[in-house]
Design a protein around this ligand. Sequence first.
Ligand code: NAP
Length: 521
Amino acid sequence: MKLTGNLIIGAEDVPATEGTMKALNPAINQLIDPDFALGGAAQVHQAATLADEAFDSYSHTSLAERAAFLESIAANLEAVREPLAARAALETGLPAVQLEGEVTRAATQFRQFAEVVRRGRFLQLAIDPAQPDRQPRPRTDHRLQKIAIGPVAIFGASNFPISYSVAGGDTASALAAGATVILKAHNAHPGASEIQARAIRKAVQQHGLHDGVFSMVRGSGNTIGEALVDHPLIKAVTFTGSEHGGMALYRRAQLRPDPIPVFTEMTSINPTFILPAALAERGAQIGDGFSERMLVNVGQACLRPALLVAIKGAGVEALREAMAKRVAEAPARTMLTPGIHGSYLNGLAAMENAGARRIVQGSPAHADVDGQSALLEVDGQRFLSEAVLAQEVFGPSALLVTVEDEDQLLAVARSLKGQLSAAVHLEESDLPLAQRLLPVLERRTGRIVVNAFAHPQEVTYATVHGGPFPATSDSRFTSVGMTSIDRFLRPVAYQGFPDALLPEALRESNPLQLVRLVDGQ
Ligand code: NAP
């Protein structure tokens, strides 16, 4: 598939205005063709102006029309499955077969959101009819629906270059809400980004939508991201990446004359607690499962379990041995970027400086950006006294914390900051301790898993991929799952409207046959 390297701004292919960059093949540390255009504030302005012009017509597309558009994006992605996965593999070092799975996931998300749109429940329709005879005052007719928040900026993630990137869940849910989208491509996979952007643009054209429904920009350094967050026509931002980057953008948005919501997904160590009976009965099995999940995607996954807490005693040895075996056998594999690899090494060094012991490591690295897996251990007392041990080290490593007793296990849980997920392994006789642990975890996580590990592939109505800070900047929302659409919606009430002027979904005859809350019922 021929790549032009241009920015995709509406229907226009925009060449470089601020120089060019090449993609890096991290596996062999070599730059690969072609040159990719870098833009600046002027290109952000061009895309934002178009997105604003497109907003009124796109946000008023019928539910059927919008759903069909999302399905066309899914089909267009599937039509480029092989070249897209192949290019993404070159740019990330991830296996092509895994990336083909990401294409399926991305296409599935667009189809799932098409169904969400058709069902119309996201509109959260509510009708409180007039009560002219109500005492002491009559009530006028009030009707509520949710509408799209406006044009939005989406920062593509580096670690899942398709399903969390240009054609990821953020884009699918924003377009489903009726928002127009400007995507900030991640520079770690510019070619894969271009292929996805073209698939989306093709669907825009197939459905005769306004060109400004979707654009993709790219730039060097922080300028382009800052210009997006600052632009007065942008009304919300989503971001997946580092806490440092996410918080810089969040703070920036709050300093605008008109502050806007910034939904960041940043950091999580996904703690796993093994309660005593489960440890004694199946310590080895849990250790094996934990290590397998921790190594997925070379540890570069938001739901990767990175902290394991167990009470010293029966089963700890078997747990440690099983984990050590998996970790020792794990080949060093290419990490996404030299920057992420460097942060991984620094993170491990910081943990060791804080008193964690490296008890085993995987086979040695052959190339500069190979991530060598590592298992570290520390006792509960030390963990509680060194905040750095609870920081995310993004890569194929984990920390085993052995605690003295139940109280120390609970103290470790209480010491944790906000997380995307937590897992608890238990048997029947562990229930009293689990009941004490549960409220501690509920306050700190978006998802609690029993006798398993958080599964990243599930995208459902009940999925929560969020949590208190620093897992995200807004614990009220999820960035994955069908309710992630709520980030891009706001309520509008229509009071005393003649029926003909009401949005179709709120008209008296309910012409779209949607579920509506009428007088609270
Ligand atoms: P990142 O450095 O935070 O960058 C993410 C995106 O935001 C990039 O497009 C970047 O643009 C942009 N950006 C970052 N800081 C910015 C700022 N101050 N102003 C404007 N734009 C800004 O994340 P990354 O490159 O993907 O990975 C770095 C680290 O992030 C990892 O080591 C890991 O710790 C964390 N991470 C976490 C997750 C997770 O799911 N929890 C996922 C991915 C990464 P430029 O590239 O152009 O600078």
